[in-house]
Design a protein around this ligand. Structure first.
Ligand SMILES: Nc1ncnc2c1ncn2[C@@H]1O[C@H](COP(=O)(O)OP(=O)(O)OP(=O)(O)O)[C@@H](O)[C@H]1O
Length: 512
């Protein structure tokens, strides 16, 4: 491993939005050849800090020092020129173009007569793919690749520019277990063999212990500490991110009711089924499966967001036949979707409007009880540790994890008679302390009134085991096993394993 040298330094970096100070004098150094995990609770300021590095956010004061030269902030192009590259959760690839066209997108190699020099681009792409040990053809179309391979293309695109600093923002959210392992190995290689300074942002602490060389905790816009990975244990990190979170334990034994709340008989969606399952009153069912197993298709169909299901779905005494989200909600079925930003959040509406949105149709505008709305908002914000707990903040100004809490709050606020609550990846992007809190709230949701149940889908085995009363394992759209959460994580993983699937086939089959 090359000797650690400061590659990029942040000096007294500050960022305010109006009166709100989000970064409060951050001093931090990222070193060549090192993976630096940047951690913190939702709203601690991680994305804002990354935005300052990538040129998306202009710091209010302070500087970013690259090779001894101090910058007061970057335009995005300047950040690239300074050797800073960022890979977002949502890939920025052109799916219908080849791998090498994507690697050179926006920075094409031209012949003397200004034509695209595909031959050179192809050769250079092969070279980069080889350097990072990725076995993909430069000619493959991006849309034909698996999600993990697509992420590899994103990384190849960054590596081609020979970055000094590579930032990965929650990079494993969309990946299956094997793809996560491959990514972590690649991240280590980039730092240790190619000498890149890597900044790794995540809420998944297992990954931190696996991949980081140093760890920084950001709390309320300031560095709490930076330590060598070998000098910390997970408990130190949890306590630093969310003080007191370690004392939140699973609340006593849950007593299963024998009464049936919902039942699926020969339930078949475009991709899943036939599915036969009874859900008991008060029960939390976890649907666990790999990427492409059909989890999202199943939940969205039950919630009326995808049409065309067959078979029988009973809730209480009623046979449901809904074909829209509104009809499903009227029957007592609600969904918190996984991609909250594009599917549920209204960025320009206020927090309170976002919370109340699904409930407005039941209340005439004239008869709205504004005082009650504010009371409900304050109570929900407190329960969910929403940050900031302010009703007037725009939806788009919340950090990722806080936006998720707001979406959950819609259904946990007790404003409507939801009986079957569906959640797709309920704590993706949510910090470790808030995650435990959300589990508590979901349990309370099923316990505080009879006739309620939760079905959540997750790709995280720890989440399935921590939250579910029973776990339904989905493989290629088929319900293969229903198990108790007392099984070992390794067992759960092996039950959900499938042969490598062709993702393109799956995409075609799952199209409505
Ligand atoms: N455009 C904005 N206007 C006002 N406040 C903002 C804006 N963008 C971010 N904030 C506030 O800055 C704080 C830090 O947000 P940031 O997104 O950096 O947090 P984070 O650590 O990345 O959180 P998460 O883990 O949830 O992604 C939050 O309180 C957020 O509400």
């Amino acid at each position: 491993m090359p000797a650690s040298t400061a590659s990029i330094e942040l000096v007294r970096l500050r960022k305010s939005y109006g009166p709100v100070e989000v970064l409060r004098g951050v001093d931090l150094e990222f070193r060549a050849g090192e993976v630096h995990a940047l951690l913190g609770a939702n709203g601690a300021g991680k994305s804002t800090l990354l935005g300052c590095l990538s040129g998306a956010v202009r710091p209010t004061s302070g500087s970013i020092v690259v090779d001894g030269q101090a910058f007061q902030g970057f335009a995005p192009r300047e950040a690239l020129d300074a050797g800073i590259s960022i890979i977002y959760q949502h890939f920025q690839l052109a799916p219908t173009l080849s791998v090498s066209d994507n690697v050179f997108l926006g920075d094409e190699i031209r012949t003397q007569s200004s034509l695209l020099d595909r031959r050179k681009q192809r050769a250079a792409t092969s070279d980069v793919l080889q350097r990072i040990n990725l076995n993909i053809s430069p000619d493959a179309l991006v849309e034909d690749l698996s999600v993990g391979e697509q992420q590899g293309v994103e990384i190849a695109r960054s590596v081609r520019r020979e970055p000094r600093l590579l930032i990965l923002d929650e990079p494993t959210a969309a990946l299956g277990k094997h793809e996560v392992e491959a990514l972590l190995a690649l991240v280590r290689r980039l730092a240790h063999d190619l000498g890149v300074a890597v900044v790794y942002v995540t809420h998944l602490l297992g990954e931190v212990m696996d991949v980081a060389d140093r760890v920084t905790i950001l709390r309320e816009g300031q560095v709490l500490w930076t330590r060598e990975r070998n000098d910390v244990v997970i408990a130190d990190i949890v306590e630093a991110i969310s003080p007191g979170a370690l004392s939140v334990h699973r609340s006593g034994e849950r007593s299963a009711s024998s009464a049936r709340l919902a039942s699926f008989e020969g339930f078949r969606t475009a991709f899943c089924g036939p599915l036969d399952l009874d859900v008991r009153e008060g029960e939390i069912i976890g649907v666990y499966g790999m990427l492409g197993s059909g989890r999202t298709d199943l939940l969205e169909t039950i919630a009326g967001a995808r049409s065309g299901w067959e078979g029988k779905l009973r809730l209480g005494e009623a046979d449901l036949d809904h074909g829209s989200v509104a009809q499903a909600m009227a029957a007592g079925v609600a969904l918190v979707a996984s991609d909250r930003i594009s599917q549920s959040l209204f960025p320009s509406l206020t927090a309170i409007e976002n919370l109340m949105m699904p409930h407005y149709p039941q209340v005439s505008r004239l008869w709205r009880n504004v005082r009650k709305e504010h009371r409900v908002f304050a109570e929900t914000a407190r329960k969910l540790h929403l940050n900031p707990p302010s009703p007037e903040t725009a939806g788009g100004a919340f950090s990722g994890g806080n936006a998720q809490k707001l979406m959950l709050g819609r259904w946990l606020a007790g404003l409507s008679d939801v009986r079957l609550l569906l959640l797709d990846e309920p704590t993706q992007g949510v910090d470790i302390g808030s995650r435990a809190k959300i589990y508590e709230l979901l349990r309370a949701f099923t316990e505080e009134r009879p006739g309620r149940a939760v079905i959540f889908a997750t790709s995280d085995p720890e989440e399935a085991l921590a939250l579910a009363d029973r776990i339904a394992i989905l493989i290629n759209g088929q319900l293969e096993h229903v198990v108790e959460p007392t099984i070992e994580e390794a067992q759960l993983l092996s039950l959900a394993q499938t042969i490598e699937v062709d993702h393109r086939q799956l995409a075609l089959r799952s199209a409505p």
